[in-house]
Ligand binder design. Structure first.
Ligand code: NAI
Ligand code: 15L
Length: 274
């Protein structure tokens, strides 16, 4: 994919990164520099100052429609990570994730932006048992309000593609941290290097329409098959196997506990909060 740029060979002139203060945002803030002359980084939380002329730091609440529309001005593609990333009260999820992602797509429409990379989540299908293998066509089973908000984000992506031609890759990220933290994450772990590679492919692959891909490293025991996302060229290099021996020494949840049986782990029994 080619975006306007007369002064460099980078594929995009300006990228927008939301959620830039978060765990993954801080990783991608660096990684995206390779793909754009300018990366506009945004969050509601405090962010590190601009690292140079190649960064623009703009504070914004995703629930603020006008603010999000301004954020998208002169932008060629959006990497949308911002929002609440765990289970919370529905009203909080509604503002940040549901309204927020709607505002992102409306901003894309109004500014003629044709590519969005959306941070969805494995919690869109978290109510499947861990011994069932899924692919992008498996019916969704959201495991919490948070998972529901990501399912809605994926539906927005489908709608905006068919109605307005805005292409999206929805990343159903497993567990992206420096290291897997428990036995479940031996299956769901996505290394930061594989995350950066996945986002690169999601930005650059041609004709993605709305593609759903599970964001997971090349772990031994996978629950997800990316057969319908082969056109992205995502080829994870890392594996959680190096962490297995240490994690197997930790105290484990009882084998019949829901968190040990279902793919969504602890998210399947989080809340209610009222
Ligand atoms: P995080 O919680 O560290 O970062 C999310 C960022 O969004 C935060 O900096 C937060 O301030 C910002 N944010 C929250 N509400 C906002 C609002 N109303 N307006 C503007 N910004 C707001 O989460 P992390 O781990 O960096 O994840 C990034 C994205 O990837 C999230 O959308 C998350 O749901 C998704 N994801 C992450 C996974 C992981 O393993 N890290 C797994 C699956 C999905
Ligand atoms: C998510 O969607 C969360 O954002 C992240 O914090 C992890 O808990 C991850 O899923 C997971 O399932 O491990």
């Amino acid at each position: 994919m080619t975006a306007p740029s007369s002064t460099s060979t980078k594929p995009f002139n300006r990228l927008l990164l939301t959620g830039a203060a978060g765990g993954l945002g801080q990783i991608l803030r660096d990684a995206l520099q390779a793909h754009a002359n300018v990366v506009r980084v945004s969050d509601i939380s405090e962010m590190a100052p601009a690292a140079g002329d190649h960064e623009e730091v703009v504070s914004c609440n995703l629930a603020d429609k006008a603010g999000v529309h301004a954020l998208a001005d002169q932008v060629d593609a959006i990497v949308h990570l911002g929002g609440i990333s765990t289970e919370r009260r529905f009203e909080d999820i509604l503002d940040a994730n549901i309204r927020g992602t709607f505002h992102i797509y409306e901003a894309a429409r109004l500014h003629g932006i044709k590519r969005v990379v959306f941070a969805s989540s494995n919690h869109v299908t978290g109510f499947y048992p861990q011994d069932v293998q899924l692919d992008a066509h498996s019916p969704r089973r959201p495991d919490c309000y948070y998972g529901l908000s990501k399912a809605y984000g994926e539906d927005l992506a489908t709608f905006y593609f068919h109605r307005y031609g805005i292409q999206t890759v929805s990343l159903r990220i497993g567990s992206s941290f420096p290291q897997p933290r428990n036995l479940r994450m031996l299956s769901t772990w996505l290394s930061y290097a594989d995350l950066a590679h996945l986002v690169e492919r999601a930005l650059l692959a041609d004709d993605v329409g709305h593609t759903v891909v599970y964001g997971v490293s090349a772990n031994r025991d996978l629950w997800w098959n990316n057969r319908y996302a082969a056109h992205l060229g995502f080829a994870p290099q890392d594996s959680s196997e190096q962490f297995r021996a240490r994690l197997e020494q930790l105290p484990q949840a009882a084998a019949d506990e829901r968190s040990a049986l279902l793919q969504g782990g602890a998210f399947t029994s989080a809340g209610p909060f009222d």
